[in-house]
Design a binder for this molecule. Sequence first.
Ligand SMILES: *[C@@H]1O[C@H](CO)[C@@H](O)[C@H](O)[C@H]1NC(C)=O
Ligand SMILES: *[C@@H]1O[C@H](CO)[C@@H](O)[C@H](O)[C@H]1NC(C)=O
Length: 796
Amino acid sequence: MANSAINNVAGFIILVCTTGLISGQIRYSVYEEMEEGALVGNIAQDLGLAIPQLSARKFRLISDDGGQYMKMNVENGILSMREKIDRERICGQATICTISFKIILENPLAVHRGEVEILDVNDNAPAFRGGTIALQIVETMTPGVAYPLESAEDPDVGINAIASYTISSNDYFNLKTQRTDDGIIIAELVLEKPLDRELHSSFQLVLTATDGGTPQRTGTAQILVTVVDNNDNPPVFNQNIYRSHLRENTPLGTLVAHVEANDLDEGLNAELTYSFSKLTSQKVRDLFSLDPDSGEIRTEGVIDFEEAKGYSLNVQAVDHGSPPATGHAKVLVKIIDENDNAPEVKVMSTTNTVPENASPGTLITLVNVIDGDTGENGQVSCEIPKNIPFILQTSSMNHYELITSEPLDRESIPVYQVNIEAWDLGSPSLSTNKTIQIVIADINDNVPRFSEPSYNIYVMENNAPGTSIFEVTAIDRDLNQNSYVSYYLLGNRIQDMPLSTQVSINSMNGTIYAMRSFDYEKLKNVQFHVQARDAGVPPLSSSTTVNVIILDQNDNAPVIGSPTEQSGSAAVVILPQSAAPGYLVTKVMANDADSGQNARLFYHMQSSSDPSVFNVGKNSGEIRTARKLLESDATTQTLVILVKDNGQPSLSSMVTIQVTILENITERIVESENLVTNREYFSDLNIHLIVIFGCTSVLFLVIIILLISIKCKQDGNSNQEYNSTSCCCKPGNSDDAFARRAALEETLRYPGTGRLSRVPDAHNYSVCLSPESAKSDFLFLKTCGTPMSGLNPNIA
Ligand SMILES: *[C@@H]1O[C@H](CO)[C@@H](O)[C@H](O)[C@H]1NC(C)=O
Ligand SMILES: *[C@@H]1O[C@H](CO)[C@@H](O)[C@H](O)[C@H]1NC(C)=O
């Protein structure tokens, strides 16, 4: 190149006239960047100077500014490069770059001007000041928009300067260039098609500036186009519908679902917040929470299957762009049943009444069981205890009828508490107990009952009229009115007397009153019936027998029937002088209308004119001689016999007996005189006794009776007058004998009411003769307890 440059330089030498001192101008041109020593021009030759003259004339180069770039050989006048020259450094962007110098010669002095034009060589490539051009273009920018680009710089000039710009090929951008008036090319980046940040978020283009030199040099810059996001993408959930299963009663905070949305945008436009959408009900908001950042849905309330079997949650994701964009999704939560509901037992009423005569199968109430759970958790069985007279009968699914299964009896069990147990088939099973009360209503099906079929009650005679003597009570097992018992006397006469004059009853409480004072000696018992009747409709009744037994009181003193005192004077008894000791003088016969101990009599010697002569049998009342009678004994002895009964207090009677001792009568006569009445008395006692004893006695007895009968007829009807000497076999003794018989007869007639037999222990001691009385067969007669009615029919 240096050589060619030199050649070129030679061609450019301009020879200017050199007249005068400054005769002309020498001009050279040389390319920049020539090597040191490179020939610029042959000045001596061009000035026409001979080589020898040069030193003589002191040929020299004076440079204004070029001296430092070029040097001249004074020997031969050749100008060469002192150093490499960079045109752009010396002249910058000036189009013409010259270095001027002067050549001075002496003898004669001559000054020549010279100029060296530095020619441009394309030694600089276009260059951009910054390596990267950054552009930000919103993705929504409409095509056609132009963005001015920074120009490149090229120090070279002319054709070596920048000639064109190009950009790397791409689908979106083009380059538009334009040359300004001052020749500078301006490039603009033009958007050709719509951008989509989500497709291409940035572009890296290469901008190339090319100069016009040969060879061409280029410079490049990076164009970095950043597509600025627009919030043109809504958040999108990764599922349209989320499905989730949730057991009811799960603890609070259980994760239900995790929703997630994505936003293709970036930055705030892609920052999402989750929430329930407006469609979501308040109920759902109460039960579920949605984390706005994480999208986690958790339970916040108690989930109850029985309330809802599932929930639909509308969720949304909202980005933070402006305006924000929203995405939607749905979360379907299915609730899984847990056996958390015990069966419920519903009955029409918890207190029921059924009459006790209800026939088996009578409906009492309807029972309905329900369970809020589903499936096996909601299948319910139902039962009542087995040992009661009721059953549960299925009528339809979960409906039952509680009916009676057996006859009822209120009197046995008046109220039932029936436990209905219901349980479901869940596991674990839940159960419920419900107790209903069944009240058995009373029916008048029980008769009032007396405690005894009959009552014996003992009443002491001489009671005050109107006193209560007894209470009968009948129990009726029914209830209320059916058990209110009233008492009534049945029958209206008792032993020919109106019943009401004997007894009465308080119909309210069964108290029985004696209406009169009872006399044992007249009435020994009163028997009647009492009816108890309840107030049911119709009433039921029963009766009992009340037997009032009247008890004896010692209200009768002994009555001495024999021997009898005559008109206030003592009874007279005859005693033969010859009587042996133990001779039965007489027998005091007394009777007591009372019975039992009240009628048991004892005999005492109250006083005696000579106590040594007689004694009396305490029980028998027999007065016997205690010793042989003496001449010196008084012929008339007076005895006072006291007869006492055994009652408490005891009653007594006395009889005064005058014993007359006669010398000339035999014992036998006296005996017969004194005892005749006894024989008569017992003649009809008892047929059996007669059979036993009759054979030995009957003849004698008949004779006696005949004698007495004749005598009595002769005496007329004067039974009370015994003082006459009318009636006996033996004159002088007949009075006494008859009087004794009559008195005895009267005494024996007195207890003729004849009802002693009804009181088993009523013994009549008055005729109970002692076996001590050995003198007569009759004295063996034990008449105790034998009927006394109808005695002495002949006499009566
Ligand atoms: C119901 O009663 C039965 C029998 O007495 C008993 O076993 C069961 O535990 C009871 N259930 C409830 C819920 O009380
Ligand atoms: C029965 O009633 C009468 C009259 O009110 C009364 O005096 C009597 O004490 C009562 N008896 C009983 C056992 O209550």
